[in-house]
Design a protein around this ligand. Structure first.
Ligand SMILES: [Zn+2]
Ligand SMILES: [Zn+2]
Length: 592
């Protein structure tokens, strides 16, 4: 049933792209048409319009023309091209070089045109396409042009840059409205925008793309998250390590990264000395293996769970970089688990527990995908089967639902991906558990089993947050910048009613600080109401305490809560106790 709806929507959207092309050529007769497929959430069409750079205003005009075309109940009619060579010549003569190129490639596929006809059967437009399409434009009830962006012909940067209009269409007006609301909500939550507004982070040209400066505000959030991370790892039997930022080429040869990962690595060469080549680490794994190797291990030592907040660097194309979510330098909350085959299922289970307990704190649900053995792989088939069965068993045991991506695993082992759902329902890839049959073999790491025989341990790579950068980007959007009190850069702001109440506020400021509460008290000349609004709404501070003569007399403060407003008065001690409860329970017990 669902698939049926998807296909219907897909056909509707794709048909709509032809109407868009028709409208564009009506407005810009010289526009050359490229391609116009349906995509997730909508459709696009690529145009080559000499001398015109489409603006948002132009999109509105195109939309108007499309509406007029749609209102004419135009029909789509399939037309098998009788003489392909002639048609190619015709396209060329019309200047439709892209269509000519496409038709040339498909000349043996019984290529078709689709004719758009009005009610008298007159052909108003034709486009090279194999369909399918809707029967008539009266089926288009809700569409919208969204944006315009540059796109190379066939995605190849050696080709000409075309203009791509992104648009969407839905079966009903209501669905379209919901979608647009969702887009606006996503824009409101954009972590790049909030990052500037809340002074959270920045990225500078002088440093390089995707290399993030964590400002004090966001680093405060990270510090809390790292504190949680460290204490949870200790509780769950991990050891924590720290490894270098660089290693000689030799290590990366041994690990195989030189062969498989070269274009993502940053090389450091000492001047006039190519012998001494260092590489900035793109991964922490080889270092952890060397720590494992530094001692002999018996089965009694296993599992060995080794964690590191390890900062790695991976070269990316500058066009792919964005905010905190697409970066070149990032800190993985990395861990490697070395265990016996018998311990595998339990280890996977405890990682799933860890992910699940952690995401609960952020009120995030998650979905799970299992990627299995690809066609080319390393290691024993038997081990793969055991591992995949183990991963499935671990998830089945807890009644977890998961999707299987058959053949989608890495060449060195199957993996589990966790996708968390944020406050507005978007899915983000975070935690992964990756089995590895390759590195233990390459580094020849061993443990001595019960029978005295030296065996190769099973190795798991795992992250919970993924990378600190990305996870904080997700958190900013998830909370729309309004971090819960335990994470908020400033938990409390103080606002005296008049200057003569400053001393009282100063006293409260010191009391809160001595309890480790992050409090802000600025002597500024703005009005009280302005300050309250600024703290609660713009700076998104969870609590504002207000005091004047009345409060000083009763040794209390009046409390304003972000998103709620006034919630009454409390003694200072009472407020501190309740706020600490809220902070220490990570928001489970909120002040109301
Ligand atoms: Zn089509
Ligand atoms: Zn690893």
């Amino acid at each position: 049933m669902e698939k049926h709806i998807d296909e219907k929507l897909h056909t509707l959207r794709h048909s709509c792209s032809h109407i868009m092309a028709q409208a564009v050529q009506q407005l810009y007769p010289k526009a050359k048409l490229a391609i116009g497929p349906a995509i997730e959430n909508g459709f696009y069409y690529d145009f080559d319009i000499e001398g015109v750079t489409l603006s948002d205003e132009d999109l509105k005009e195109i939309e108007k023309v499309m509406k007029k075309l749609i209102a004419q109940n135009l029909t789509f009619e399939k037309y098998v091209i009788p003489d392909v060579e002639k048609q190619i010549a015709e396209f060329k003569q019309q200047g439709e070089i892209y269509k000519a190129e496409l038709l040339e490639e498909h000349k043996n596929d019984n290529p078709t045109l689709y004719l758009t006809k009005d009610k008298d059967g007159k052909v108003l437009f034709n486009d090279l396409c194999s369909g399918p399409h809707i029967e008539s434009t009266k089926e288009i009830k809700a569409f919208k042009l969204m944006s315009v962006a540059g796109a190379y012909w066939r995605g190849n940067e050696k080709n000409k840059m075309l203009q791509r209009i992104y648009a969407t269409a839905f079966l009903t007006k209501e669905e379209l409205d919901n979608y647009i609301k969702q887009i606006e909500e996503a824009k409101r939550r954009d972590h790049r925008k909030l990052g500037a507004q809340l002074d959270l982070f920045s990225v500078r040209d002088e440093i390089g793309g995707g290399l993030v400066l964590w400002h004090p505000n966001l680093y405060t959030v990270r510090e809390e998250i790292e504190n949680y991370w460290r204490s949870e790892h200790r509780k769950r039997g991990y050891v924590i390590v720290q490894t270098p930022q660089l290693a000689k080429t030799k290590l990366w040869e041994l690990s195989g990264h030189i062969d498989h990962y070269k274009e993502n690595m940053f090389f450091i060469q000492k001047e006039e000395d190519s012998e001494e080549q260092y590489i900035v680490k793109p991964m922490n794994c080889p270092f952890h293996i060397l720590i494992y190797q530094s001692q002999r291990h018996s089965y009694r030592d296993l599992p060995l769970r080794m964690a590191e907040l390890g900062t790695v660097y991976r070269r990316e194309k500058s066009g792919a970089l964005s905010g905190l979510t697409r970066v070149q330098g990032f800190t993985q909350d990395d861990a490697h688990i070395f265990c016996t085959p018998e311990q595998l299922v339990d280890e996977i289970n405890s990682i799933i527990d860890f992910v699940s307990d952690t995401m609960k704190i952020f009120n995030m649900e998650f979905e799970v995908e299992l990627s299995t053995r690809p066609e080319s792989f390393v290691g024993d088939l038997k081990n793969w089967d055991l591992a995949e069965a183990g991963l499935k068993e671990a998830m089945d045991k807890r009644g977890m639902k998961y999707e299987i991506n058959e053949g989608d695993g890495a060449f060195y082992g199957p993996k589990i991906d966790f996708k968390v759902k944020d406050a507005i329902g978007r899915m983000w890839q975070c935690a992964t558990i990756q089995l590895d049959f390759n590195l233990p073999e390459r580094f020849e790491i061993k443990y001595q089993d019960k029978d005295g025989v030296l065996k190769t341990p099973v190795m798991l790579h795992r992250v919970i947050f993924g990378s600190m950068e990305r996870f904080h980007g997700i958190l900013i959007e998830h909370y729309a910048g309004a971090f819960p009190a335990w994470l908020a850069p400033h938990q409390v702001a103080l606002v005296p009613i008049a200057d003569r109440h400053n001393d009282y506020m100063e006293k409260i400021y010191n009391m809160l600080r001595s309890h480790g509460i992050r409090v802000i008290f600025e002597e500024k000349s703005e009005s009280m109401n302005y300050k309250i609004r600024d703290y609660l709404q713009n700076k998104k501070v969870p609590y504002v305490l207000v005091a004047g003569d009345k409060e000083i007399e009763s040794n209390k403060v009046a409390i304003r809560k972000r998103g709620v407003g006034q919630i009454g008065e409390m003694t200072i001690d009472g407020f501190i106790e309740k706020l600490l409860n809220e902070i220490n329970s990570k928001g489970k017990e909120e002040i109301n």
